[in-house]
Design a protein around this ligand. Sequence first.
Ligand SMILES: Nc1nc2c(ncn2[C@@H]2O[C@H](COP(=O)(O)OP(=O)(O)OP(=O)(O)O)[C@@H](O)[C@H]2O)c(=O)[nH]1
Ligand SMILES: [Mg+2]
Length: 153
Amino acid sequence: METLKKKIILIGGSQEGKTTICQYINNQKQEYQKTQAVVYVGDTMIDTPGEYAERRSYYGSLQIISVDADVVIFVKDASKHMSIFAPTFSSMFTKPVIGVITHIDVATKKQIQDSHIYLELAGARPVFEVCALTGKGIDKVIKYINKINLVEY
Ligand SMILES: Nc1nc2c(ncn2[C@@H]2O[C@H](COP(=O)(O)OP(=O)(O)OP(=O)(O)O)[C@@H](O)[C@H]2O)c(=O)[nH]1
Ligand SMILES: [Mg+2]
C-alpha cells in the first residue's frame, strides 16, 4: 500500500468506520473502540468522534481542528439509511473535501448509490467506496489524496 503523504481528518457519524480506516492505514489491529476524543493517529491522521459531526454545537470544533489537516474526509456507512451530512456541509471547511463510503461489503447496491448522492450533495468530491474491515478500496483513496495539488486551494 502507498504511504499516506498528507494529513487527513476523518469526519462522520458514530460507527461509520472512521477509526477502522485509521487502523487499516496505520497497520493496527482492527479492534472496535469508540472514539471518545479527537485522536491524532501518527503524523497523518486526525480521528474524530462521531458525536462531533452529529451535534451542531461541535461544528466549530471540527472547523478549527480541520485547519491542521490537508484534506477532509467525510465517512458514511452505506448500510445506514440516514446521512448526517447536510447539503453543502463541506462549505464549512477550507480544505479539499472527499467522500468515503464504508460497509460496501454489507450494503445493497441501492444503499451505495444513495450514499454517493448524500456525500455529493454535502459537497464531497470525489466519492470512493471501501470496506474498511478488509481495506478494500483504501489504497485508491490514498493514491488520490497523495496527488491532490494543495496549492490550488
Ligand atoms: N462490515 C463492515 N464493518 C465495518 C466497516 N467499517 C467499519 N466497520 C465496523 O463498524 C464498527 C464501527 O467502526 P468504527 O471505525 O469504530 O466507527 P467510527 O466511525 O470510528 O465510530 P465513532 O468512534 O463512534 O465515531 C466496528 O465494529 C467496525 O468493525 C466496513 O467497511 N464493513
Ligand atoms: Mg471512532
